[in-house]
Design a binder for this molecule. Structure first.
Ligand SMILES: Nc1ncnc2c1ncn2[C@@H]1O[C@H](COP(=O)(O)OP(=O)(O)OP(=O)(O)O)[C@@H](O)[C@H]1O
Ligand SMILES: [Mg+2]
Length: 507
């Protein structure tokens, strides 16, 4: 690597960081002007920590950085930003009750006059929304009304719209579907042409190969590998990430037919996003839900589960002809219907609480039935089993969830629902932010559950994962169910065509 750092935008040398354990150890990394340097590695490898140090959020214990040939040691985020370094963070950090326009100009709202020219603000927001393909949205809408993918795009729009020399994107595409990713890549190409350097963190290795000039792998806090995409392969990158052979990353599910109907949905309506949706899920099968962002997948699941109000429609469980009364999520869980939501911060996880407590939360009932109160020993044993099964990286089961890396937090949410005994389990973006090795584990566990006779529904923005692991795939488009494919009948093109069909687009 370029030891002198000449001609480099940012040069990081010998970076060190420890919390209770060592997180980064002697990390050297450089980024040139106009270069996209991708950073990959397993959950907990130290990627976000490294990004945080460069962006002034985390103090390193050792090492130094040079920016444009001069020593660089940001005291805080503001300091880094005034030096021209910006970070779009992995976790969503928007404030729900601001409008889109307010979020975009959050740090530039003219406070001094005591009032804000909202017409101008909304005018200025439009081109920024347009850049990330959200030009159709009303800038006065509240952020909280958007799904996770759209919120992610708003965060990206904020990052793209500020002048900077180095932009760090920490898993920008985790909740995006292919057309949105293409749009983001077009913006990256534009920034590159303007000489902006980028650190690009992602678990989606194919897109990393597409967008990066160089790829580096972090393993257990050490930078073990740096190559140009043309000099390496997916298999080699994965090998360096996990230190073992994984075989094919997602195993193809063998063709099989499902059992009796476990869940039947008739004429479901809920707001503009869910218009007359009907489908069935069978015992023993994995039913996937594909569709573009905003097509109504998440809203359908939330309405089913009682998390959002239904305007019309009936839900039948266990082959019954009598509609199930589901008005709230606890009604749903009591009747054997579980939903793992896409936004773990809002709905899935209690951040200050221990990993152990988070895992046992949803099945307190089944544990405490015998003793009257929660038996810590049982809780502990259950938690340890899941920590091992999903390879959750934590100091101990007592570590607060907030201290875990993003992907490991997601694994805790999954564990929490996997140990709950529900007949119908809905997983909304279960592998968002999860590394390749653990993804494989998650899909294996979901397949196990289906094989044990449960009905599993997966909503995912990753079509390849759905195609590998589902028995059937339902495709939503503009709030309606556009098609349902059986295994063996689908192709990527056919699914994409169905996903676009509701928007008046023909392929
Ligand atoms: N505030 C903290 N206190 C204690 N440990 C921490 C803290 N922040 C991070 N860690 C630990 O540092 C390690 C690296 O975390 P980091 O968030 O950098 O991982 P990552 O590579 O970004 O993973 P992911 O792919 O899951 O986002 C993890 O084991 C995490 O538990
Ligand atoms: Mg991270």
């Amino acid at each position: 690597m370029d030891a002198s750092g000449q001609g480099k935008l940012l040069v990081v040398t010998g970076l060190e960081k420890s919390y209770s354990a060592k997180v980064l150890s002697e990390v050297d990394l450089s980024i040139g002007a106009g270069e996209v340097h991708a950073l990959v590695g397993e959950n907990g490898a130290g990627k976000s920590t490294l990004a945080g140090i460069v962006a002034g959020l985390v103090k390193p214990d050792g090492g130094h950085m040079n920016l444009n040939g001069r020593p660089y040691a940001p005291r805080n985020r503001r300091d880094a930003e005034s030096s021209g370094i910006r970070l779009v963070m992995q976790e969503l950090n928007l404030i729900g009750n601001l409008t889109l326009a307010e979020s975009l100009f959050f740090d530039r709202l003219p406070h001094r006059l005591g009032w804000i020219n909202y017409n101008r603000l909304n005018e200025q927001a439009r081109p920024l929304l347009d850049q990330v393909g959200l030009g159709e949205l009303d800038p006065t809408r509240l952020v909280s009304s958007l799904g996770v993918g759209q919120q992610q795009l708003i965060e990206i729009a904020v990052g793209l719209s500020r002048r900077c020399d180095l932009l760090i994107l920490d898993e920008p595409t985790a909740a995006l579907t292919d057309p949105e990713i293409d749009r983001l890549f077009a913006q990256i190409v534009r920034l590159k042409a303007n000489g902006v350097g980028m650190i690009y963190i992602s678990h989606r290795l194919e897109e990393v190969q597409r967008v990066a000039d160089r790829i580096s792998v972090l393993r257990d806090g050490q930078l073990v590998f740096t190559r140009r995409p043309s000099e390496t392969s997916l298999e080699e990158i994965v090998r360096w990430m996990v230190g073992r052979e994984l075989g094919s990353v997602v195993r193809q599910r063998p063709a099989r037919s499902g059992g009796a109907v476990a869940l039947r949905v008739r004429g479901l309506r809920a707001g503009p996003a869910v218009q007359d949706v009907s489908f069935e899920a069978r015992y023993g099968e994995i039913l996937g839900f594909a569709g573009l962002m905003g097509s109504g997948r998440t809203e359908t699941m939330r309405a089913l589960y009682g998390a959002d109000r239904r305007e019309a429609g009936q839900i039948f469980l266990r082959g019954s002809d009598v509609p199930a009364k589901i008005r709230t999520p606890s009604d749903a869980v009591r009747r054997g219907l579980a939903l793992l939501t896409e936004n773990r911060k809002e709905q899935g996880l209690l951040l200050p609480m221990a990993v152990r407590a988070n895992i046992s939360l949803s099945h307190l009932g089944s544990i405490s039935r015998w003793g009257g109160w929660v038996q810590t020993a049982v809780e502990q044993a259950v938690a340890l089993r899941w920590i091992q099964n999903l390879r959750i990286r934590c100091a101990s089961a007592e570590q607060p969830a907030v201290e875990l890396s993003g992907g490991n937090q997601q694994k805790v949410v999954i564990a929490k629902w996997l140990c709950r005994d529900c007949e119908v389990m809905i997983f909304d973006e279960p592998t968002r932010g999860i590394d390749v090795g653990a993804k494989f584990e998650v899909y294996r566990l979901l397949a196990d559950l289906a094989d044990k006779g449960k009905a599993i529904i997966i909503v995912s923005s990753d079509l390849k994962e759905l195609m590998a692991s589902c028995d059937r795939i339902a495709v939503m488009s503009a709030g309606r169910l556009a098609a349902v494919f059986d295994r063996g009948e689908w192709s990527q093109d056919a699914i994409m065509a169905a996903a676009l069909s509701g928007y008046g687009v023909n392929l």
